[in-house]
Design a binder for this molecule. Sequence first.
Ligand SMILES: *[C@@H]1O[C@H](CO)[C@@H](O)[C@H](O)[C@H]1NC(C)=O
Ligand SMILES: *[C@@H]1O[C@H](CO)[C@@H](O)[C@H](O)[C@H]1NC(C)=O
Ligand SMILES: *[C@@H]1O[C@H](CO)[C@@H](O)[C@H](O)[C@H]1NC(C)=O
Ligand SMILES: *[C@@H]1O[C@H](CO)[C@@H](O)[C@H](O)[C@H]1NC(C)=O
Ligand SMILES: *[C@@H]1O[C@H](CO)[C@@H](O)[C@H](O)[C@H]1NC(C)=O
Length: 326
Amino acid sequence: MGVLVCVCLPLVLLQVLLVLGSSPLAAAQQQPQPASAPPARALDAVLQEYAYRALVRRPRTGLVYNGTVPGNLTGVAVSAVRLRSGSLRRKGFAEYFQFALPTGVVVKPHVERTVLVYHNLGNWSEYYYPLLPGYSYLSPVLGLLAYDAANLSAAGLPELNIVATQSPILVSFSNVRAVVAGGPPPRCVWFDLDGVPQLQDLEASNVCSTNHHGHFAIVANSSELAPAPVPSAAIAPPVPADGSPAKGSSQGWKIAVSVVGSAIALGLLATLLLCLVRYKKVKKLEVMERNSEVGETLRMAQVGRTQAPVALWTRTQPVIESEYTA
Ligand SMILES: *[C@@H]1O[C@H](CO)[C@@H](O)[C@H](O)[C@H]1NC(C)=O
Ligand SMILES: *[C@@H]1O[C@H](CO)[C@@H](O)[C@H](O)[C@H]1NC(C)=O
Ligand SMILES: *[C@@H]1O[C@H](CO)[C@@H](O)[C@H](O)[C@H]1NC(C)=O
Ligand SMILES: *[C@@H]1O[C@H](CO)[C@@H](O)[C@H](O)[C@H]1NC(C)=O
Ligand SMILES: *[C@@H]1O[C@H](CO)[C@@H](O)[C@H](O)[C@H]1NC(C)=O
């Protein structure tokens, strides 16, 4: 019974530990790899869908409709405006939030009507568009993308190219963070659809210019900022696709749990081994005792006509009394 408890208890505990541990441990190990589409591209697709939802069944051409974003994207703003491509080329669209589209802007390939989707990533800018080391955002990241307006229920639409054929599209940023005087000037950054950043000089104070679609912001060398911010992440490390920003701390928690779990498991394993060794010893002793008992009964010798147990090294052999008399 004692031996049973000794063997079974650690095993049961080990089992319980494995079951308890499997959820966070497995979660840590089987974490889905970042989806093949980069997070920023996935966001483009989500925002296209939500922007189109804002366009009611018969949206008025040239009227801006604000979209609503899912709860886990609070802080991101999205809007949509439907325009005739011909009208856009002839008249431009002068005030689309911070974007001013001059005459001569065309979409390629040509469509009859286009939807211009506006993004303001707000406090999600750094998350979706990590900056090069040493740089910080002075403005949120703004996006301007064009889609075909033929089907306003469509999802997963491909972007159309925006081409400024006469003068560039201007992006006038408001509420730009200040830099300390005397350093190198702030710069514009443009991200293409693949998220590849390109630095450009400002067109005017807080104004960037572009000839294409994409995402835009004003950045500065971090060392120029008055309160030195934490160095921003490099562009290289992949951002988790499901996008909870608290991933790091939960990862740490999982690691802590697995370390403690492993320690306990090792302890239990050691206990189990000790128990087994002791169990073996006890078993061996029992067998030896039994053998020493059985051993004597086994050594039988023919005494007269009967089998009788004999001790091996006795000096006098047992003799039946009657043989004396015979
Ligand atoms: C759309 O949102 C902007 C701010 O992002 C706001 O200034 C504007 O009034 C809104 N327009 C409508 C029609 O709600
Ligand atoms: C941005 O702010 C909203 C609240 O305004 C918050 O829910 C969200 O988590 C923030 N996003 C990031 C990346 O910090
Ligand atoms: C930022 O500026 C400092 C000095 O002004 C310079 O040493 C550093 O290389 C700059 N960093 C980047 C990323 O340009
Ligand atoms: C519009 O797109 C939706 C979703 O992809 C699709 O179900 C629908 O058939 C499309 N309508 C037309 C007229 O193509
Ligand atoms: C927001 O939630 C949707 C599901 O409702 C999910 O597909 C998406 O990845 C989430 N996005 C972020 C940034 O957490």
